[in-house]
Each structure stands twice: as C-alpha cells, then as structure tokens.
Design a protein around this ligand. Sequence first.
Ligand code: NAP
Length: 273
Amino acid sequence: MITGTTKLLALFGSPVSHSGSPVMYNSAFKALGLDYVYVAIDIGNNIKEAISAARLFNMKGFNLTMPCKSEALHYVDEVSKEAEIVGAINTVVNENGKLKGYITDGIGFVNNLLNKGITVKNKKIVVLGAGGAATAIILQLAIACASEIVVLNRRGKTFDKFSEKIKEMTKLSDTAISITDIKNTEIIKGTDILVNATPIGMGTDETPVNSDLLKKDLVIADIVYNPVETRLLKEAKNRGCICINGKGMLLYQGIEAFRLFTGQNMPKEVIKA
Ligand code: NAP
C-alpha cells in the first residue's frame, strides 16, 4: 500500500522499460514489510534535471543506468572513494538531504564470486576490458587483495584512461595492476581467474579469447548476462573450467544498493524465486 509516508526510489536511465529492478526491489520491500516504492523513469539525456527533481521530491535515492553513470557524478554532493576512482556512480542515496553517489558493480562482482566459494586473496587475475564495469571490478579485486591483476585492452582512449587510474588504485591496495595490449592473450595461461568485462558475446556468438588458452580449473567469470551462457562460458565448460555467468553480479550489485538504500539485507531467496 502506498501511503503519504512511502519513500520513493527509482531507476534513472534510457531505455529503462526492460529493467528487472522494479520487480526486484518491490518484491524485497513487500517481503520485509518496508514502506518504499521503486519505479523506472526514462530520463533521456536529462540527468541534471532528473537529479534536481530527486532533490525536490525528497526521494530516498536512485539507481543510474546508461547513459548517465559518469555525468551524474557532477550533480551529486559527495561520492565514495571507489566511485571517484572509477569515475562513475550507479547508486545515489539521500543521506539527510545530501546526495551521495556510490558504485556497486565491483562489490557485486566480488560478492558473487565469494557466494560461489571463490576467493580473490593472493590470486592472479586477468581482466579483459578497461571500461566502466571493468574499472569498478578491478578496483574491488585489488581491495580484496588479489596478488596481481593484468588488464588486456585495445590500444586507444580507454587504454590510456585506465593507465592513468592505476596509480590511484594502488594507493588503496598492494595489488600489482598493469595494462597491456589485448593481443597478449598468452598471459591467460598463467592465471587463476579470467574475467570478461568487454561486451563481446552480448547478443552474439562471439568470444573474446581462443579456447586453447582455457585450462582445466581456471575460474572464468563473464559479466555479460545476455545470453546467460555466452560462447566463452560454453567453451570454458567443455574444457573443465569453473564458470560464473553475469547474472550473479547483477543480483549482488542490487543487493549492495538495497543495503545502502534501506540499511537492511535483501531477501535473496525471494528475489531469486
Ligand atoms: P564500456 O565502459 O563501454 O567498456 C567496454 C570495454 O570493452 C572497453 O574496455 C572496450 O575497449 C572493450 N571492448 C568493447 N568492444 C570490444 C571489442 N570488440 N574487442 C575488444 N574490446 C572491446 O562498457 P561497460 O559498461 O564496462 O560494460 C561492459 C559489458 O559488461 C556490457 O556487456 C555490459 O552489459 C556488461 N555489464 C554487466 C554487469 C552485470 O551486472 N553483470 C554490470 C555492468 C556491465 P575500447 O574502449 O578500447 O573499445
């Protein structure tokens, strides 16, 4: 029941009509008896105006999806250390009238691995991609004490931008982080965990790496979730790798945002059902 005191949360982005977030959050509110409601609002490119409206309506918070995760950073009052380094926010919480931005992609990724019994501490990790999601994941892997992270990306703007961020990241952890050309895929042979944080495989039958490089027991996490089992994961399964699909990260980044909004744990089993 929506009442005069119901707290409003929303997803801002464009498009948003396909989003599973309203069902996820509203089911959780119902299960826990919380007086919140969550809606999806297509804001086009009007992120500044949307954030002003969120202030006017005294919204409890909002999530951000494409195309406004980076721009939004300029219109909130404060951002977390992680979000500042990543240069993007996906969750904003109204903390007594102050809007604070967070990025939950990285913690969602790492918590999903932990939930599957995979620890990160002292592991060698190769990450394909150096974009928004990759940067959030790499930062969190470093905070979780991976021993070494090698990032593979094409030479160009993204490569250069990431190279500049490495110094900031190493201030928060002792993990050795480096970036090299995506052609150097041989490096995958000596790694414990391989992460695909490029969109390769999303809606297509492409794969970012030759399957000869995938050895038995290598952990492969593909953050693409459409399809849930990408060609990379299919080939990895045939080679005896431990496969993690992108749906878990999606759920766990939502769980972290839920905790930031409400201070409570999302009832995972209700959401999975
Ligand atoms: P992004 O910021 O645009 O970054 C994409 C990265 O992939 C860049 O490093 C880009 O390098 C690289 N890349 C793109 N196409 C490539 C190709 N054909 N060959 C080699 N490298 C390529 O995107 P993003 O926001 O990080 O998202 C990446 C993927 O993760 C998307 O599929 C998205 O849906 C998924 N994702 C999943 C979750 C989840 O919860 N599971 C969360 C966030 C994102 P260049 O810039 O050099 O092209």
